[in-house]
Design a binder for this molecule. Sequence first.
Ligand SMILES: Cc1ncc(COP(=O)(O)O)c(C=O)c1O
Length: 456
Amino acid sequence: MSATSTIDPARLASVIEAEEATFNERHKHSREMTERARRSLAGGVASSWQDTEPHPIYLAEGHGSKVIDVDGNEYVDFHNGYGAMAVGHAHPRIAEVVSERVRLGTHFAQPTEDSIAVAEHLQKRFGLPLWRFGNSGTESTLDAVRLARAYTGRDVLFKIEGSYHGHHDALMVSVAPPADKIGPYDDPVSVPQTLGLPADYVKLTRVVPFNDLEALERTLNRYKGQVAGMIVEPAMMNAGFVLPEEGYLQGVKDLLHEHGALLVFDEVKTGATLSYGGAVEAFGVTPDLLCLAKSVGGGLPCGAIGGTDEVMGWIADGKIDQVGTFNGNPLTMAAMHATLTEILVPDAYTEFSRLGEILREGCDGVIESNGLAGYTTVLGARGAVTYRAERVRNYRDYLEVSDQLAYVNWLAQFNRGVFMAPWGKSENWTLSVQHSEEDVRRYVDNFEYLGKALSA
Ligand SMILES: Cc1ncc(COP(=O)(O)O)c(C=O)c1O
């Protein structure tokens, strides 16, 4: 980890300018499509998370570790659909099982045998006995926090400042709040992420900093007897990549239980990417409720919640409805079954670790030799370079990460054939089982090029 950045700001500005010019030259058709799309799609995109500067890149195809954009540029994909494609693109086995299922009927709104097989697998993989399915990460976290409220008979939810858990009203709070709105560290303000959230809902969602058990204890005491539960992304994956400190997650669980509240893990991004058993295995803590989506579905829309017999029993007993026309959809179940039992198998994680180590060593070497302030974090299929000298522990530290270095790396990678997720410093990379050593070396080589350009 380099202590301070020795990069000249004027040099950085001129490298950004040159990279932006190259970027613009390479995306003529994407720019045209953006203009066309704005006449029929609000903002030119299907989701606001796709509406990014300088403009969205329209993709045409994905094969293995690569994607091809509408201008014919080919990239190694480090974005991987916001971390949903750990199987890689057009995986032959996914293509096969989905094609077979399409010919047998894609939707009944009745259970199929695959849904039992997937639930049985999740039971063993994540150590929780009862499961239900949905269609997105948002549905998973919505169902989980509703269940926590129902089970405890309490209304207040806790979440981590700077974490994203999907777009429903209860949790669109303090997702990426601006520094001038967050209030004191000891008593953070609950900041609505979007207009349209009822003020009363926002008030019911209280935020605490990540990696701070004392702050959690103080806040639990402040809301004594009112807290239904806390949703935690076991490693923060929408503020770069922030790992939990030793003992933090177990401490959270113990404190919540002392206060009669439940622990919900949002493993939408970490599940089946950090390790075979997700964060549960990586950090050795099993929550009361666990939310999955993204990579477990092999590229199809998916979601799942798992939980203890006591808590999930409230669904089983019909005390609370967990519903959805497409829940347990046969197409998703077929893809999920093949993904979990045939593709994201233990050997895949050995290879993720090997490739991750090449990235970590390579990027840290570039940081060191070029006087950049930062460090690399990798775990399983995930990783990120964080542009701050000291390790980020929570959202307030993350606000100090250099936007400009994250942006210039994003441009430099794009211009040299690596597709990264938009939103600069907030995102991380996801490898797939189809990524090769050559693919990850491309990222390191581009980073080295950038390091030299910045320090020249
Ligand atoms: C941690 C986390 N939880 C939940 C969600 C919501 O998932 P979805 O976009 O599938 O609704 C996301 C999406 O990025 C996420 O990163």
